[in-house]
Design a protein around this ligand. Structure first.
Ligand code: ZN
Length: 151
């Protein structure tokens, strides 16, 4: 990753951390799931409103580090209006991107703006921060009844 792009990515993460999108509780949500990352102290709730197969609305609240918060913010911005299948597909691409070996390329076209988070894999301790919101969202879409924690 070149220095310019890295800087641009850092700016995007800072921006989402400072001005998180869809950062509010949803009183009429169909699903509400809590997720914890005890390693860092990140703790968020993800709210989903579903209409048939479509994510009609999605929001989150809670607190956490810049990476976890900006990842959750970007996720909500991207998933609004997506189908369950599209959301699951994106989850898998993001998961692949975050858990790849350092230096290994990933398909940025498949994740769009979320590629911003791709540099996080260089910091293994932050990968759980970046993936927390995604695991929480997936439990909302496909409930397993398990508590969402990165441990
Ligand atoms: Zn964190």
């Amino acid at each position: 990753m070149s220095g310019d792009i890295r800087e641009l990515y850092q700016q995007m993460i800072m921006d989402h951390n400072k001005n998180p999108r869809n950062f509010h509780a949803m009183t009429d949500a169909d699903r509400m799931v809590e997720g914890y990352n005890p390693l860092c102290g990140d703790h968020f709730k993800v709210y989903l409103k579903l209409e048939g197969d479509v994510i009609k609305d999605i929001s989150f609240d809670g607190s956490g580090c810049a990476i976890s918060k900006s990842s959750a913010s970007m996720m909500t911005a991207v998933l609004k209006g997506k189908t369950r299948a599209e959301a699951r597909g994106l989850f898998e691409e993001v998961h692949k991107m975050l858990s790849r070996e350092i230096g290994e390329p990933f398909d940025a076209a498949k994740v769009g703006k979320l590629a911003t988070l791709g540099g996080v894999c260089e910091f293994p301790s932050r990968v759980k921060c970046a993936s927390l919101a995604w695991h929480t969202m997936l439990e909302g879409l496909e409930p397993s009844g398990k508590q969402v924690t990165t441990e």
